[in-house]
Design a protein around this ligand. Structure first.
Ligand code: R5P
Length: 232
């Protein structure tokens, strides 16, 4: 059988590798997006086949919650208990496994869920690898609807190139009822200092910077799946 070359097949391959780390009885953070979808489906398949038992999923979006139900994964909402593992996609993966996430709009629930996971495993195709965050993707920043024009003005003082995300003519609304400001990151940027500054900005709920959170990433390319680990 020849190696898969289309992106969907690659995403699925990465997802299957990550789900192999899930053990029976695990509480599992279920990511969001077109790659995480394959992981949810694979967990559902393994449950149906009896290859996994006793899994509880904690979904990071309404869409993932719905998919989990469809494939037979019992779910619970996030509570203070730790999760054994979380599996999710990413929009950009830096060499140290710092991430940009949230182009699918799920960044806040993802961050809240995945910070409680003993292991965060990222799955992606090779197009998500970058040498620095912001190389290809904007940084999504979730902001309150209330006073959003004021928040956008404050954000533009920090990151001048950015715009409010829209769906057609209307601002895009997250599962939490908030808006998203998508900002271009300049080439020279201390992302840790940026994260602190953004989180201290009035009206900001959270950002799509996932720094020091991922334990490993399965990145699928036409010549195979590469396993990347975060260097200490
Ligand atoms: O909000 C969306 C999430 O952060 C996704 O994990 C991210 O956008 C990657 O999605 P996809 O696998 O569809 O490229």
């Amino acid at each position: 059988m020849s190696a898969p070359t289309d992106l969907e097949a690659l995403k699925k391959e990465a997802a299957i590798r990550a789900v192999a780390l899930v053990q029976s009885g695990n509480r599992v953070g279920l990511g969001t997006g077109s790659t995480a979808k394959y992981a949810i489906e694979e967990i559902g398949r393994k449950l149906a086949a009896g290859e996994l038992t006793g899994i509880v999923g904690v979904a990071t979006s309404e869409a993932s919650e719905k998919l989990a139900r469809e494939v037979g994964i019992p779910t619970e909402t996030l509570d203070p208990r730790l999760l054994d593992i979380a599996i999710d996609g990413a929009d950009e993966i830096a060499p140290n496994l710092d991430l940009i996430k949230g182009l699918g709009g799920a960044l806040v629930r993802e961050k809240m869920t995945e910070v409680q996971a003993g292991r965060l495993i990222i799955i992606a195709d090779h197009t998500k690898i970058v040498s620095r965050l912001g190389e290809k993707a904007p940084l999504p920043i979730e902001i309150l609807q209330f006073g959003f024009l004021s928040t956008v003005e404050r954000l533009r003082e920090i990151l001048p190139a950015g715009r409010l995300r829209h769906t057609g003519a209307q601002p895009y609304v997250t599962d939490n009822g908030n808006y998203i400001f998508d900002a271009q990151l300049p080439a020279e940027m201390d992302v840790r200092a940026l994260e602190r500054r953004l989180k201290g900005t009035l009206g900001v709920v959270d950002t799509g910077l996932f720094l020091g959170m991922a334990e490993r990433a399965f990145v699928a390319a036409p010549d195979g799946v590469q396993e990347l680990t975060a260097k200490p």
